[in-house]
Design a protein around this ligand. Sequence first.
Ligand code: S3P
Length: 171
Amino acid sequence: MRPIILVGFMGSGKTTVGKELASVLGCPFTDTDQVIENSEGVPVSQIFAENGENYFRELEKDIVENLDDTHFEVIAVGGGLPCYNGLMDVLNKKGFTVYLKADEELLFVRLWHEMEERPLIEGMGEHELKAFISRKLMEREPYYQQALITILSTESTVSDIIRQLPPHQKN
Ligand code: S3P
């Protein structure tokens, strides 16, 4: 059975939803940021600061290229991952992709309180963060929208995803 892969902007709830979905489906949960932090031994923000974003994108590429497309698990990928190195295509080949969609206002509220661990937005002011979200979302949505299904990030997200999974993806 193929993995279920969650894509979406920072703050769309991929990790929270992914953990819950995995627990309902009784399968493992993987977060690509966590995999990178474990293998590098430092937080993502430190990798950005010390090695730069391109290095981080190469690490993301390695993970996707080595992803086992026969292992049933839920994978949350970093917000930028599908938008570099043609990785959205690879994700679509390897798993059942889900775009977790959240509107700009919700993303702002969530990210405003979680800026420290996210190097791309760390230290931004309110207007700067709002402008960043608008611009980046416009740039990235064409990639996210290539996911097999799109689900709105709400309280019922997990059951909405489960309802839309094809029977062979439900365990
Ligand atoms: C990034 C999103 C982050 C993390 C890194 C870069 C991005 O992951 O991979 O800070 O480019 O949008 P989350 O989407 O899990 O916050």
